[in-house]
Design a protein around this ligand. Structure first.
Ligand SMILES: [Zn+2]
Length: 305
């Protein structure tokens, strides 16, 4: 009789341990906030991914903190856009994240990539080996790409955590239908309210422009690591003076001085438009808030004075 109880207790303990192991989701580390939001949506209640570039940091100028290094060491999966965006991750991925699967999104199957704007390449291309002939890395700003990214993330998670395939698939389907609704909503909003033509701060908005049929007329800089030349500035000033721009976008990650100067030249306003959506709390809703804020910025641009 005593033996039976012991066996039962052991069996119960074994079942508890196995069940716990099965329900532990992979440790996932994600570089930037909008991608983090998509990963969080795919993981749902199974776990929360770690975000590297938080607050007002920019992936163009980021440096790793000790806590980030630790997260990379413990990671089962690291999701980032690619070495052209997160140059800061290239070495840590090789040295710290040796046990992790690496998902580089600019290589995700089915993703629609845009080349770096030629206008800007002509200006900056020669001295900038990192971006010479490369693709525009702000690829999350097209909601169709967001769906493709989420699918690539789900495939990786399912490989690492096959017990939860159905959960990941259900979360992915949910996210895709929310993305479709969001896209339809924003298209309607922009059609009804119209949109202005901004000079953007850094050349990050092409995917959004293509997806929603809006247009920017210049960028203060291709990559915030590179100083803007005097020639480029006077080109932008000419656009502003000829009433070719309705507003100038500023980003919280960067000094607004040049944007403010340009806006003052033409008596137009500066409007905040952040391609990372830094001001919105990290999590599943962040991506939607980001896209809505950009649509609002393009709408506000036409009325700005
Ligand atoms: Zn950028």
């Amino acid at each position: 009789m005593k033996m039976d109880w012991q066996r039962l207790a052991l069996a119960l303990l074994g079942w508890l341990l196995v069940d716990q192991a099965a329900s532990a989701a992979p440790n996932v580390v994600v570089s930037v906030k909008p991608i983090h939001s998509l990963v969080a949506a795919v993981m749902g209640d199974l776990g929360a991914p770690v975000l590297l570039v938080d607050n007002n940091a920019s992936p163009h100028t980021f440096s790793l903190r000790p806590s980030d290094a630790e997260a990379l060491q413990n990671a089962d999966l690291v999701v980032y856009v690619g070495p052209d965006l997160e140059a800061f991750l290239v070495r840590p991925l090789a040295s710290l994240a040796q046990n992790a699967d690496i998902l580089e999104l600019d290589r995700a199957p089915g993703l629609s990539l845009l080349p770096v704007n030629e206008r800007i390449l002509a200006e900056f291309g020669e001295g900038d080996d990192d971006h010479d002939g490369a693709y525009d890395m702000h690829l999350w700003l097209d909601p169709e790409n967001a769906g493709t990214i989420a699918a690539a993330v789900a495939t990786e998670l399912e490989k690492l955590d096959p017990e939860n395939v159905q959960v990941y698939e259900a979360n992915l389907a949910d996210l895709r239908s929310r993305l479709n609704e969001l896209t339809a909503d924003l298209k309607t909003e922009l059609l009804e309210k119209g949109s202005g033509r901004p000079i953007v701060y850094h050349d990050a908005f092409h995917y959004f422009e293509r997806a929603f049929g809006v247009q920017s007329v210049g960028a203060v800089t291709l990559n915030p690591e590179i100083a803007t030349s005097a020639a480029h500035l006077s080109e932008l000033t000419a656009i502003v003076k000829a009433n070719g721009a309705d507003c100038v976008f500023v980003e919280p990650q960067f000094e607004p001085r040049l944007a403010e100067l340009l806006a003052a030249e033409g008596g137009i306003a500066t409007i905040e438009a952040d391609p990372l959506g830094s001001q919105f709390p990290a999590g599943t809703g962040q991506y939607e808030q980001l896209l809505r804020s950009l649509a609002d910025a393009f709408v506000a641009c036409q009325h700005a004075e």
